[in-house]
Design a protein around this ligand. Structure first.
Ligand code: ADP
Ligand code: GN1
Ligand code: MG
Length: 371
């Protein structure tokens, strides 16, 4: 992706039907794919999130924006109609372009979209305390609950096979075979790590493939920093809706645990600092089951602990694949960043393996006390 030309931002902003006039914009967040800016206006009470969508990753931007439109309208209707479950959420709204489209296209054929900025909120890359984990768990569970009445068929699968382990392993094997950057020698240990776990991880594909685990509307990128917290530390919104599409709740629970029950950064270099924190796991799970427990099936619940291992594994493989392939997919901040991210995921997975029985017990315990 070519870097964003900051001087073009006012002109892009002007193509949306937004209140207020542009004053400044600054980068916000630590996402690895899109370019996200906080746009301030002449009215201090009104600001926006302006995002360039990465076309190398998102091949069907009309489909993706249509999905986001459906989900944001659905949630807004629930909030405005006084749905008691939606009461704790703030409205996230796409601001249409002046031509009524949900996005605009710039001279380089990049697509941009605009959201209202939810004032007084911020996100956390790393969970700070068990209370925050509990509230985050409740918020992702609530998001699933509130979107569970959108029919799967209305949403397009905008990145096919996104959490499909067979496909991810296949791609991994291809990049290892091609070794275009000569990096394979350096990652022999990580390749072995993958090999010894791939059969266990294929279980997820079997469960989804034979219908044991239902396909539902899911977020598919439930990193902790995709939850907005207000000044009172209440979770008030789920953002980063690019991958909302048919999936399984296991993807969302597992992905959230990677960052929601781990006090180290996703790319922590000092592996001794990385561990699955059982207190955070307990609190996240308790919060999650309070809101999602009412619609989950027993088989989904019984695989929650496994899903944390699964998602940590698959995301570790994706970072490792990108490293071996020459860092084309994720934004990196220094050479070797993707390898560091992969190593940190694999270390986290090892600690989950060490605590697996306790994780299963915690799920059962949280289930028992959810009402
Ligand atoms: P990325 O793909 O870059 O992660 P996100 O949509 O997650 O993009 O946005 C990046 C960060 O910007 C979020 O982690 C959050 O801190 C902030 N953010 C995103 N949307 C909003 C919003 N509507 N209101 C307030 N803050 C937001
Ligand atoms: C990417 O864009 P961001 O940083 O929220 C990725 C997720 C990974 C995540 C790992 C579309 O999310 O799947 O879990 O990085 N998004 C896409 O941090 O590939
Ligand atoms: Mg994000």
């Amino acid at each position: 992706m070519i870097p964003v030309d900051l001087s073009a931002l006012p002109g892009i902003f002007a193509q949306f039907s937004a209140e207020g006039s542009y004053t400044t914009a600054s980068r916000i967040g630590t996402g690895h794919i899109n370019d996200t800016f906080h746009v301030l206006t002449n009215d201090p009470a009104i600001s926006f999130i302006l995002q360039r969508i990465n076309p190398d990753v998102f091949k069907d931007i009309p489909g993706l924006m249509n999905n986001i439109g459906i989900v944001t309208r659905h949630l807004e209707n629930k909030i405005l109609s006084g749905d008691p479950y939606a009461a704790s959420f703030s409205i996230l709204r796409l601001i249409p372009a002046t031509n009524q489209e949900l996005y605009v296209t710039d001279d380089q054929r990049n697509c941009w979209r605009l959201y209202n900025f939810i004032q007084g909120t911020s996100s956390h890359d790393v969970v700070e305390n068990p209370e925050m984990a509990y509230r985050g768990g409740k918020a992702f569970g609530l998001f699933q609950h509130l979107t569970s009445d959108i029919s799967n068929e209305t949403l397009k699968e905008t990145i096919p096979y996104f959490h499909n382990i067979e496909k991810r392993l296949e791609t991994f094997q291809i990049v290892v075979r091609n070794d275009t950057e000569g990096r394979v020698r350096e990652v022999a240990r990580e390749i072995e790590f993958v090999k010894t776990r791939e059969n266990e991880m294929r279980l997820m594909q079997n469960l989804v493939g034979d219908g044991t685990i239902p396909v539902r509307v899911t977020h598919n990128d439930t990193k902790f920093n995709n939850i907005l917290f207000d000044k009172h530390n209440q979770a008030v919104c789920i953002v980063d809706l690019d991958t909302v599409m048919p999936g399984t709740v296991l993807y969302d629970f597992g992905d959230a645990i990677r960052t929601g029950a781990n006090r180290a950064a996703e790319d922590e270099k000092d592996l001794t600092k990385i561990t699955l924190d059982l207190d955070l796991f307990h609190e996240y799970t308790r919060g999650y089951l309070e809101t999602a427990g009412r619609f989950l099936s027993p088989v989904e619940i019984s695989h929650l602990a496994f899903s944390a291992k699964f998602m940590t594994f698959i995301i570790g493989i994706r970072f490792l694949t990108d490293y071996i392939d020459g860092d084309h997919y994720y934004r990196i901040l220094f050479p070797g960043h993707n390898l560091q991210r992969a190593r940190s995921q694999f270390r986290l997975l090892e600690t989950m393996e060490g605590h697996f029985e306790e994780m299963k017990e915690i799920v059962n315990k949280a289930l028992g006390i959810r009402h």
